[in-house]
Design a protein around this ligand. Sequence first.
Ligand code: B4P
Length: 195
Amino acid sequence: MFNLILFGAPGVGKGTQAKKLVEKYGWIHLSTGDLLREEIKHKTPLGLEADTIMKKGQLVPDEIVIGMIGSALDANPHAKGFLFDGFPRTVAQAEALDKLLTLKKSAISLVLALDVAEEELVRRLLLRGQESNRPDDKDETVIRARIREYENKTAPVAKYYAGQGKITHVPGEGSIEDIFDALSAHVNGKIGQAA
Ligand code: B4P
């Protein structure tokens, strides 16, 4: 089983590249952002709680997202691999993911981290805010709060995977196709090593 984490700040291109990668490699796409937005859409108790937090640009509590990922792993016992998009976002989530995968006799194969400058992140997210209904993309103050949350709570996750020798950094500025080709080359290299 091949398990990839796409890592990076809000707006770095995780969701965009994840869609293309799962189409190419046939993995199951697990985006905690998408799962949370589904809960919000259906006005579930979890969704109502997450909505207030996400509108402020903060991270949803670890136990909620870890529970969602655990259920999604259980729901796909025959998957050939998973692409984790927007998860893990804290070291506690990363540790929980390692434990969940160990229970399934599996592990993270590779972490690809996209790097983009802050002003470009803000530009992209404000643009998406004009084109979509995402309330967290409409206000620059909220976007910058998300980037601060990333620096404080999510960036340390990169060190966690560096300690395991699993993380590779890829430039996230340029055309979507060129970035996709670079990500695919790293995946192919890793699959080749495993074969
Ligand atoms: P997410 O849904 O994960 O969203 P995101 O990080 O803001 O965006 P993403 O990175 O996927 O977007 P992309 O760059 O593809 O999270 C939203 C919120 O959910 C979080 O703030 C948090 O509250 C909560 N949450 C989610 N997971 C959580 C977790 N594990 N723990 C706790 N809380 C959690 O796209 C951005 C824009 O850039 C798009 O419009 C795209 O078209 C554009 N773009 C992409 N690539 C480009 C390129 N190369 N050039 C120009 N534009 C590009």
